[in-house]
Each structure stands twice: as structure tokens, then as C-alpha cells.
Design a protein around this ligand. Structure first.
Ligand code: K7E
Ligand code: CUA
Length: 666
């Protein structure tokens, strides 16, 4: 959202004069927390939090897991970014996860998350996330909190309107932010041919009910606009999807001005059940593309990366009745659907009101063909015919809305730095509370599902002045928790976040807790490089490739003395953690390696590739404090010149025989 800031600040100035909105910085920043707040956020040592909160890491490419209401950071899950702390993206087994059609991409920008649902309720199985820059969608398995799968999206650029799921996780849906020429045509065209050559694409990724496996079922080819955000319909509107669209001006330069011309942009309503019918009837076109599908296997403990070459595209211009545009003021960002599925809320970044659309009215308008025309062949429904009503003077710069299931919406106001609670029926503002500062997304546990759990509201801020100790030019990003059990929202805690948070989701902890994997069973480990006991540990040379099958158990490695590695060798350290107990990882580090830690879970095998740079003695050690004798958990590798005659020897617990290094001259 930072890119919108300057425009919004300008708008703020204008609107503050015109409407007398509050200034950007709330006045009572210092003392907004009332007396009993601390008690409400307090979770005693040794007690569990009631909720998991999954917070996007933004440009850190990761997802962090907090406990609520304590705001305690529990875990960082690497998704689209390498994580040296865990070895993700450094081990040979996890490297393929970050493979794309553009090669290995070690870092991306993660904005949105969506927890899987069954019957419109969070089922705690998976959480999906988007890579914004190089378009991808990931699935994280909540049994292990590991990234299980990543699928790349062809015909897309800036995968922002993503990922949003349907009520039974039939599909994970992703809309492209940047329209671009499709991948199978020549994209080497003048930029100013936008109107002619640029297309928007929405991907429907199917999700296997049992395994969660993703595959691109079909794509919709849409007019060239910017798809910003979306949400699926629910209950009565299930079968539909809603996308906010901006840049309906189809500008290709200085969007700040040129994409803010029209008084209204659109929300695009998509009848995906209809799209499925066309797909079944064979109306899709096969398109040659190239994208990558990466899958992590929890038995081999390794990922595979496969290149795919085809998608099926449905053209929404020729296939009628899939898409409809609803005019929506003005450059809408958030597009949120209330728990009943009746109300669709568009948050126009530059609008001084919040339009709430009625699904029932929309359906009537569509069947009556109550259109004001078409936009690139797609019917445009009359604004008033789809509108339920407008929330007047809600604040400035509305971005995102969540729901409490008790008839209220909560909308963040980026410019006026507040969160505003409003009643869905009468569209009256019920309460407003300052945030510190410039909130982006917000989250109520289950707040975008049929069944919210409205105890807390968490607001994720973009700017954090005078809330935390200074840390140089950049301050910590911040989240703020409000108790929303009463009529008024009550701020109870600030906590810092990693990267820049965008969307977040939360769920009661018991939905996930009980299914947590505690360790991997060694007997189920089918890695080709596993050693299931110390007796299987070994060092094998094949040409200049050396495979070290090494085991880790408290508190030693086997083998721990290795000689006969030579310059020019590529050494693959296959570390199997023999422990069979909860929370006993071992780490592995060797001088000169690209990471100081490869973290290996009990029962798991992970591989570090290492190429020594000069002859000498190289210690290796365990990086995870695993026992009182952790510091003893170490070993030595001797590296000899390429031409030396040093024999390849290894041992544990006894000295190697004499092994002279003589240079052999050919
Ligand atoms: Cu509003 Cu990328 Cu969802 Cu940030 S986005 S806030
Ligand atoms: Cu194993 Cu420390």
C-alpha cells in the first residue's frame, strides 16, 4: 500500500478541508489504552493463546504465526523466501520449492493469506498465500507449518488479487494486478498499445479435497484492467466471486493520476459455476504456456519441480453470463463479502463513502438486464440497481473490511488512521477508534467466513511512529489488537510484526493444535539419502561427487571424522536426524557453507551441498542447542589437494588409520 500513500495524502488534504475529516494522526496517540486492557491481552506464562494469527510478511516473503491475544511470535514460516534459520531454500530438498519459469527466485512479496474452509467455516487444514511479484500461490500444511506446494500462474503479472478461496476450498482464485499481453502471444509490443493488447487473467486453481494438491483448472480471460482484491461469495452468493478493479481507464503511465480519472471503477462479479459449465462443455481454449509446479513430499522429505505447458482459457467476452461489472467508487481496493453472502463491500481508496452492494439486487438487475452498457463486451450493471446503500462519511481512505457475524462491518481507514465499525443493516457508523498509523488490512478470526469468532480485531499498520523504541531510520511495523466483545472497540495491545503485514487470518487454536505433527517417523522416511541408523552412515565417492550419509542424535554425528575429501569435490551432506521425539531438531553447519544452519527435524533427512575452497581442516557442528552436550556435537573434515593420494576414510568413536597426503604426479 505504500505506493498509494502520496496520492492518499493529497486526497486527505483536499477532503479534510471539504468534509472536516479528522487529521491523519490521531491526537490521543499516547494514552489510548484504558485500565483493564493489559489483563485482556495477558496470557500467563505456560498458558496457551486462544487463537493462532497468521500474518503476511509482505516483502519478507514469509508468513508469521502469532498467538492471540498475547501477540507472542510463535513461528515464521518461509514460503516464497529462503530462510537461513531453517535451511529452507538452502537444502537441496527445499531448493526446488523456489523454482519458477524464471529460474530460482529466492525472495518474493507475500500479501494475502486464506485459510481453507469446509462449508464456509475454517477447517484448519491449510493456509494459502500469494507471491505478488513472480505470480505464484502456495499451500502451507498446518499439520507441519511447512510450505507444501507452490504453483506458478501463467498469463499473470503482479498476483495481487490472490489467493481467495471458495467455501469448500473447491478453488483457490487469483486475479492478476497487472494486465499484460497473454504469455502465448508476442508481448514485444508498444506499451501504449495497452487497450488493444493487454488482458487481465483470473486463475481458478482446484484443490484436492483429501490431499490439498493444487492444479490450474481454468483461467478467465478478462478485459485489461488492474484486479486488486477479491472474495468469494458465501451462502446465498456461493458460486460467485467478486473482484475489485481499478485502472478501468486502461492507463499505462502515471497511474496515480491517469487511473484516478473515472468517478467509478468496477467490482467484477464472476459466476464461476457458469464458467465450470462452459469448461465441461469444452468451450475452453487450450493455450501453450510455461509455468512451474513445485510439491514437497513429507515422506521423501524433498520437493520436486515440474514444468507445465498448457492451460485452458475461457474468454469472458465471447462466453456470456460469466462476468458482470458493477460500478464502484473510486479505485476500489478491498472487496469483502459479509457472512450471509448478501452484502458485498467495495472500499474505494479515494472514495468518501463505502458502497454496500446487495447480492439479491444484483441478481435481479442481471435477470432484468438492467445494464448501462458494456465494458469490453462485459455488461455493466446500473450502480443503483445493485446498491444496497452507502456508509456515509466513514472516514478517509477505506481499504479493507471484516465482519463480526453480529451484523457489523469493520473498515480500516488508511488516511484518517482509524478503524470504523458500522452496522450493515442501517449503514450507520457505530464506533471509530484511532490506529497508529495508517492501517492496511484488518482481521477478525473467521472474519471473512460464514462464521466469525468475534472476540478480537487486529489491525495491521503501515506506519509506526512513537509506539516503539526507535531502531534507526525504519521503525518496527505494528499490529494492534482490539477487544470487540462490547459495543465499543477497545485497544488492548500493540505488537510488532515482521516485514510489512498485509492480510492476516486467525482461527481458534483448537482447530489446528490437535493435528500438529510432533515428529516424522523414521520408518516412513523414503529419502534416497536416509541413514536409518548409525550403522547405515557412510561416505561414498563417485568421481568428484561425495555423498556423506550422516546421522544426528544427542549428542554426536556419525561419522564425525572424515578424511579424503579433495579440492574440486562437491560434497553432499545428507543429515538424518534419528531422534523420535517432539521438538528435538539438530542443526548442521560447516565452515564456508552458504548457510550457518540446516535444521533437521526428528526423522527427517536434509542435504547441504558444500564445495570447499581450499585444503585444510573444516570443523562441522550442530547449530541447535539439543542437550547439555550440544557443544560437543561436532566433527572434522579434512580436505586435501586435488592431486593428493589421501584415502577416503570415515569413522565415529575411534581414530582413523594413518592416511598420508602425498601429491601424486601424473
Ligand atoms: Cu491492502 Cu496488498 Cu491486500 Cu497491503 S494490500 S494493505
Ligand atoms: Cu544436536 Cu545440538
Amino acid at each position: 500500500m505504500k505506493n498509494f500513500k502520496s496520492k492518499l495524502m493529497v486526497a486527505a488534504g483536499i477532503c479534510a478541508l471539504a468534509f472536516g475529516f479528522q487529521s491523519c494522526k490521531p491526537k490521543n496517540a499516547g494514552n489510548a489504552v484504558s485500565g483493564d486492557a493489559a489483563a485482556k491481552a495477558y496470557v500467563a506464562p505456560g498458558k496457551y493463546d486462544g487463537f493462532y494469527n497468521f500474518v503476511s510478511g509482505g516483502f519478507s516473503g514469509q508468513m508469521s504465526v502469532y498467538g492471540l491475544p498475547s501477540g507472542r511470535l510463535l513461528r515464521v514460516i518461509p514460503v516464497f523466501s529462503v530462510d537461513p534459520e531453517k535451511g529452507y531454500g538452502f537444502s537441496e530438498e527445499t531448493k526446488p520449492m523456489l523454482n519458477t519459469s524464471h529460474g530460482f527466485v529466492p525472495w518474493d512479496d507475500l500479501h494475502h493469506e486464506d485459510l481453507s474452509q469446509t462449508n464456509g467455516v475454517i477447517d484448519g487444514r491449510w493456509i494459502f498465500a500469494n507471491a505478488n511479484n513472480t505470480p505464484r500461490v502456495a499451500r502451507v500444511d498446518l499439520k507441519t507449518f511447512h510450505t507444501a506446494e507452490i504453483i506458478e500462474l501463467p498469463n499473470s503479472a503482479g498476483n495481487h488479487s490472490s489467493p481467495f478461496i471458495t467455501e469448500n476450498t473447491e478453488y483457490v482464485v487469483a486475479g492478476t494486478r497487472f494486465s499484460v499481453p497473454p504469455d502465448n502471444v508476442n508481448g514485444d509490443v508498444p506499451i501504449n498499445s495497452y487497450k488493444k493488447n493487454f488482458k487481465g487473467t483470473i486463475s481458478f486453481i482446484s484443490v484436492d479435497k483429501t490431499t490439498g494438491a493444487m492444479s490450474i483448472a481454468f483461467q478467465l480471460r478478462c478485459p485489461g484492467v488492474n484486479f486488486d482484491l477479491s472474495h468469494s461469495g458465501k451462502e446465498k452468493s456461493s458460486g460467485w466471486f467478486f473482484f475489485s478493479c481499478y485502472n478501468t481507464e486502461q492507463a499505462n503511465t502515471l497511474l496515480e493520476v491517469n487511473a484516478s480519472q473515472r468517478d467509478k471503477d468496477f467490482i467484477m462479479a464472476v459466476n464461476w459455476k457458469k464458467a465450470e459449465e462452459y469448461l465441461k462443455a469444452g468451450k475452453g481454449e487450450k493455450q501453450t504456456v510455461k509455468y512451474v509446479h513445485n510439491v514437497y513430499n513429507e515422506n521423501t522429505h524433498s520437493a520436486t519441480s515440474e514444468i507445465k505447458t498448457e492451460v485452458i482459457v475461457l474468454d469472458t467476452k465471447t462466453l456470456k453470463d460469466i462476468c458482470y461489472f458493477i460500478p464502484c467508487p473510486k479505485s476500489p481496493h478491498g472487496c469483502d463479502v459479509d457472512p450471509t453472502g448478501e452484502y458485498i463491500v467495495g472500499s474505494g481508496k479515494l472514495a468518501a463513502l463505502i458502497p454496500v452492494f446487495s447480492f439479491t439486487k444484483l441478481m435481479t438487475a442481471i435477470s432484468n438486464k438492467d445494464f448501462i452498457g458494456d465494458y469490453e463486451g462485459i455488461p455493466v450493471v446500473k450502480y443503483e440497481s445493485a446498491l444496497y446503500g452507502e456508509v456515509k462519511k466513514p472516514g478517509l481512505g477505506p481499504l479493507h473490511t471484516e465482519f463480526d457475524g453480529k451484523g457489523n462491518g469493520y473498515t480500516t481507514m488508511f488516511v484518517s488512521s482509524e478503524v470504523v465499525k458500522w452496522n450493515i443493516k442501517d449503514l450507520k457508523v457505530v464506533d471509530r477508534q484511532p490506529t497508529f498509523y495508517s492501517p492496511g488490512h484488518l482481521c477478525i478470526p473467521g472474519g471473512d467466513t460464514r462464521s466469525p469468532n468475534p472476540k478480537y480485531l487486529i489491525v495491521y499498520n503501515k506506519i509506526t511512529k512513537d509506539r516503539y523504541l526507535p531502531t534507526g531510520p525504519e521503525l518496527a511495523q505494528s499490529a494492534q489488537i482490539f477487544d470487540i466483545t462490547g459495543e465499543k472497540m477497545q485497544l488492548i495491545l500493540d505488537f510488532p510484526t515482521i516485514g510489512e503485514p498485509h492480510y492476516a487470518q486467525a482461527v481458534a487454536s483448537d482447530v489446528i493444535r490437535s493435528s500438529s505433527v510432533k515428529f516424522y517417523k523414521l520408518e516412513e522416511n523414503t529419502s534416497p539419502f536416509v541413514s536409518k541408523g548409525e550403522s547405515e552412515s557412510k561416505v561414498v565417492r563417485k568421481g568428484n561427487r561425495v555423498d556423506v550419509y550422516i546421522t544426528a542424535i544427542r549428542s554426536h554425528f556419525s561419522p564425525d571424522n572424515i578424511e579424503g575429501i579433495k579440492m574440486g569435490d562437491e560434497v553432499y551432506w545428507h543429515i538424518t536426524n534419528l531422534e523420535q521425539d517432539w521438538d528435538v531438531p539438530h542443526g548442521f553447519a560447516i565452515k564456508g557453507a552458504l548457510t550457518g544452519e540446516l535444521l533437521v527435524m526428528p526423522g527427517e533427512t536434509q542435504t547441504l551441498k558444500w564445495t570447499p575452497e581450499k585444503p585444510g581442516m573444516y570443523p562441522f557442528y550442530c547449530t541447535d542447542f539439543c542437550s547439555a552436550l550440544h557443544q560437543e556435537m561436532s566433527g572434522y573434515v579434512r580436505v586435501s589437494p586435488k592431486e593428493s593420494s589421501t584415502a577416503l576414510l570415515f569413522s565415529t568413536g575411534k581414530n582413523l588409520p594413518p592416511n598420508d597426503s602425498t601429491i601424486v604426479k601424473n
